[in-house]
Design a protein around this ligand. Structure first.
Ligand SMILES: [Fe+2]
Length: 425
């Protein structure tokens, strides 16, 4: 049955009746859009459309930087696959089947590819291949896949879809942020996090120093190359990405890729963007998104991630007042369990906060900005700070129906903090 469903999917290319490329119609937040259309960045004024698969191979057609991503609010039934080749290769195919049917039951599907990089520094145009499967996968199922094209397939890679939204099984999430400029440390961190076998990764922004520098992006993806094909990475947009087209080109995320929600079993994960084109995108548009989404999708666990922390005692950046004013009342209203940010290159955990005061049933605000960027050691005295540690680190969270056990560790695996979240009464 899965194969029949898959045959209905694959990518399509937006053309209006006159044959002109045009922006696709707006989709609801979180809907899976099979159309590949990369929006313009702040330095590039043209969106990018994809071109369909053709059996054309250039000088380096073997895929690299193969990645599994979530282009939909529902990762139990949708997935995106991205990979790189040389610029001349137009073969964009995937072979995929539930692992129990691999290889004889594998179906070959056509994807698309596009060139980006006119606004980058260092390396010029790059080709990315992409295919999105929208609402055709089976929940809680392990798949095997290869990408590329006939004669030039990648190695076999596996991933496992979660159970359907609202279902509950235990799972583990790895958090990190602010790797910019320190890709050896970032690689060490990926390896350290992977020893805990998380189900997926969350990164609260500032992957690179300069969002238009492709050499940095390549180093960032190199560091995760053995992981990102089988485990999804959910990034938030940081100020160092500064709305560069390279950011939108290299991730396949729900909606506008800046603010979106993902339902992973009993978890609702909101991703928000605090580096915006105008203040109303924080104070009005994303505030509305937060309120609407948390109202529409009551969940056992509610997390939000964004880049510039609402609460931090770091003496370098500290708290972002506009974010705190606009979003914290909504986190209060909907009993959000945990808010994760970075930007301050430290580990920090707040006391539980409700209505800007300590409250045992309030929201915990965590800053995890220690994935390699230079550490910020100065701290201002603040009532809300429970733990402050300027150290390179990562965070592992174990979710069950009853509680979330969160452990922060340094690069050597030493525990630097641990705490437990319980569901709001
Ligand atoms: Fe930042």
């Amino acid at each position: 049955m899965m194969i029949a469903l898959l045959a209905l999917s694959g990518c399509r290319f937006y053309q209006d009746d006159a044959g002109d490329s045009s922006p696709p119609p707006a989709l609801p937040y979180g809907a899976c859009d099979p159309v590949i259309l990369i929006p313009s960045g702040v330095l590039v004024d043209s969106p990018i459309s994809a071109e369909p698969h053709q059996a054309v191979f250039g000088a380096e057609p073997e895929p690299w930087h193969v990645r599994y991503q979530w282009p939909s609010m529902d990762p139990s039934r949708s997935a995106a696959f991205l990979w790189r080749t040389d610029v001349d290769t137009l073969a964009s195919q995937i072979r995929i089947a539930p692992t129990r049917e691999w290889p004889n039951g594998a179906e070959t599907l056509d994807g698309a590819s596009f060139l980006f990089g006119s606004g980058t520094v260092g390396q010029g145009e790059q080709r990315i291949h992409e295919l999105r499967l929208c609402e055709t996968l089976e929940p809680a199922t392990t798949y095997t896949y290869q990408v590329g094209g006939e004669g030039h397939w990648s190695g076999e890679i596996s991933f496992t879809t979660p159970g359907p939204p609202g279902s509950f099984d235990t799972f583990r999430v790895a958090f990190a942020g602010d790797s910019r400029g320190a890709y050896d440390t970032w690689e060490q961190m990926i390896k350290a996090m992977e020893t805990h076998a998380p189900d997926f990764y969350v990164f609260s922004g500032d992957m690179v120093e300069l969002g238009v520098n492709q050499e940095e992006w390549d180093a960032w993806f190199d560091a995760g190359d053995t992981v990102f094909g089988s485990k999804a990475m959910v990034p938030a947009h940081g100020n160092h990405e500064f709305l560069a087209q390279a950011y939108f080109a290299q991730f396949a995320l729900p909606g506008n890729e800046e603010w979106f929600a993902i339902q992973y079993g009993g978890l609702l994960l909101l991703t928000l963007n605090d580096t915006v084109r105008g203040n109303e995108e924080v104070s009005v548009i994303q505030a509305g998104f937060i309120d609407e989404t948390l109202s529409a999708y009551p969940s056992q666990w509610k997390l939000a991630q964004h880049h510039q922390a609402a609460y931090s005692s770091s003496g370098t950046h500290g708290s972002k007042a506009s974010v705190r004013d606009a979003w914290v009342p909504l986190f209060d209203k909907h009993n959000v369990n945990l808010v994760v940010a970075g930007h301050n290159h430290v580990y920090e955990r707040s006391v539980p906060i409700f209505q800007d005061s300590e409250s045992p049933t309030g929201t915990t605000y965590m800053v995890s900005g220690g994935a390699g960027a230079p550490l910020y050691t100065s701290q201002d005295e603040q009532w809300f700070s429970a733990v402050f540690n300027p150290i390179h680190h990562y965070v592992i969270a174990d979710f069950s129906a009853e509680q979330v056990d969160v452990v922060a560790r340094d690069l050597d695996g030493n525990v630097i903090d641990s705490f437990t979240l319980t569901a709001a009464p």
